[in-house]
Design a protein around this ligand. Structure first.
Ligand code: NAI
Ligand SMILES: O=CCc1c[nH]c2ccccc12
Length: 299
């Protein structure tokens, strides 16, 4: 991979492959609501993907549930960048009961032969059944064995979901994609990931500067933004990367996407990383899947 001109570094995964540490997402700002037909191509979404690739984003995050796989595939095709220079991720959600068909349907929509990373989008489908988590993971292992995904992983898994999965896994999940920012640090989950060689990726990384502004990290983020001559958002992206956490953001604004790339060109000191961590722990905020995680859950 990678002749593409980009400042985004790679992180080595437990299966020997490497993942770009900053990704462009095609969910949140872009997903099609239930009223919109998936087959109706949304040109702004296609153009968003092309802009991201043009700027140097080569890790592209998609999902079955966003209904934007056709736009992601078209954006990749129209970008003219060779497939092997891009890192494409998608996730299974609705068709979790038939992962074999789900990956094939996703690849068809993406117009690709394989994805770099395929994720189980959430563990809630299993309703607490370890057997269901294990059965789904065995199907993911088959996807990898069939060459349809180079790496396989999970998303929104608790430690207990990972423990159940690992109990019968032949392949250790490469990554757990979770909501991660100073107001949602998940207690010991990242340490558990490290112990088992599972990488962490963060969605919603800008949350303290966007969805949950007005909190204990504001002032300190402001002072670091001044010090490094960047925005508070870029400090938050860097805070993830400096903890070896792959980070996924998005925007329809080219200038913002371009600015985010600056976060790949400086480094916070260990003291600054810790200060943001400590300040962030004074507040708890979860932006996604609130109706699925227990109301009092902070992990
Ligand atoms: N696995 C999962 O369950 C989930 C995965 N994701 C993935 O992660 C990607 C990124 O997620 P986000 O939460 O959107 O990332 P994010 O926390 O980086 O937020 C990006 C959003 O913040 C907005 N923004 C940026 N700067 C702003 C400012 N100064 N003021 C106001 N708004 C500002 C952007 O326009 C964009 O809509 C998604 O597109 C999707 O691919 C997202 C949610 C759940
Ligand atoms: O993956 C992000 C959060 C999410 C969960 N369900 C949906 C449906 C449509 C867009 C985003 C999401």
């Amino acid at each position: 991979m990678a002749n593409i001109h980009t400042p985004i570094p790679l992180l080595k995964l437990n299966d020997g492959t490497s993942i770009p540490m900053l990704a462009y997402g095609t969910g949140t700002a872009w997903y099609k609501p239930p009223s919109v037909e998936e087959s109706k191509i949304d040109r702004p979404t296609v153009e968003g993907v092309k802009t991201a690739i043009k700027l140097g984003y080569y890790h592209l995050d998609g999902a079955e549930v966003y209904k934007t796989e056709p736009e992601l595939g078209l954006g990749i095709k129209e970008s003219g960048v060779p497939r092997d220079q891009l890192y494409v991720v998608t996730k299974v959600n609705q068709n979790i009961a038939d992962i074999h068909s789900a990956i094939r349907a996703s690849l068809k929509k993406l117009q690709l032969d394989y994805v770099d990373l395929y994720l189980i989008h959430q563990p809630f489908f299993a309703e607490g059944s370890e057997a269901k988590l294990q059965e789904a993971w065995a199907a993911m292992e088959q996807v990898k064995a069939d060459g349809l995904a180079k790496s396989i992983g999970v998303s929104n898994y608790y430690q207990s979901d990972l423990e159940a999965t690992l109990a019968t896994a032949k392949v250790v999940p490469a990554i757990n994609q979770i909501e991660f920012h100073p107001y949602l640090q998940h207690g010991g989950l990242l340490e558990f990931h490290r112990k088992h060689g599972i990488a962490t990726s963060a969605y919603g990384p800008l949350t303290p500067a966007t969805r949950s502004k007005g909190g204990p990290v504001d002032e300190y983020l402001g002072s670091l933004a001044k010090k490094y001559a960047v925005t508070e958002g870029e400090i938050l992206l860097r805070w993830c990367v400096d903890q070896d956490v792959v980070t996924i953001t998005t925007s329809g604004k080219e200038q913002r996407l371009s600015d985010y790339l600056r976060s790949m060109t400086f480094k916070l000191t260990p003291t600054e990383v810790k200060e943001i961590k400590d300040l962030g722990e004074q507040k708890h905020f979860r932006a996604f899947w609130q109706n699925k995680f227990a109301a009092d859950d902070k992990s």
